[in-house]
Write a protein that binds this ligand. Structure first.
Ligand SMILES: CC(C)(COP(=O)(O)OP(=O)(O)OC[C@H]1O[C@@H](n2cnc3c(N)ncnc32)[C@H](O)[C@@H]1OP(=O)(O)O)[C@@H](O)C(=O)NCCC(=O)NCCS
Length: 148
């Protein structure tokens, strides 16, 4: 089985939009992904299993910290460790640009996301009450990156 994490160019925004649609109930358009990728601080990553797109991440890196804006694995490939695999790819990428930490926000209504991040070693560093449209709280998680 061949697994790889690949950086996406702006011209591949349609692949990200398709993955996003299969991972989330609401989806963003190709134009929205294309516009986001215009920003030098934003990076799109795709996770491939034997050349099939199975996951995506959208990252924004500013002032030595990398924020995960979007993270998902397609439903048919969940529960197999691929979430951890993609997080590992994000850490590798963040290391190449000398990020000191990775952070993200996740809803307190998302046990799969919370367990994934906690299981990987992220620690909760903040809380935004009723932050999301469904009135759920946003939990802020952070992972410090240690240079080897
Ligand atoms: C959250 C998500 C990325 C997890 O991906 P995944 O490939 O299934 O995760 P993994 O198989 O690597 O599992 C990693 C850990 O996540 C947790 N986890 C995964 N699925 C879970 C579920 N359905 N319920 C509870 N915990 C779950 C477990 O702790 C698991 O570790 P363990 O197997 O050692 O117990 C995936 O469910 C997804 O894409 N969900 C929709 C999008 C989303 O919610 N993204 C995160 C928003 S910030």
């Amino acid at each position: 089985m061949g697994l790889k994490v690949q950086q996406v160019s702006q011209g591949q925004a349609a692949r990200l939009a398709k993955l996003h649609q299969s991972c989330f109930q609401q989806s963003w358009s190709v134009a929205e992904f294309s516009r986001l990728l215009e920003n030098q601080a934003v990076i799109g990553l795709m996770y491939l299993e034997d050349d099939r797109d199975i996951g995506l991440a959208l990252l924004q890196s500013i002032a030595g910290e990398t924020e995960i804006l979007i993270f998902g694995i397609i439903p048919t490939r969940r529960g197999k460790g691929f979430g951890y695999g993609l997080l590992s790819g994000i850490c590798d990428y963040a290391g190449t640009i000398d990020s000191k930490a990775i952070f993200l926000e996740v809803s307190n209504n998302n046990p799969a996301g919370i367990n994934l991040y906690k299981g990987y070693g992220f620690e909760q560093v903040g809380l935004r009450k009723k932050y999301y449209a469904d009135r759920s709280d946003a939990l802020i998680y952070r992972l410090k990156l240690i240079k080897s």
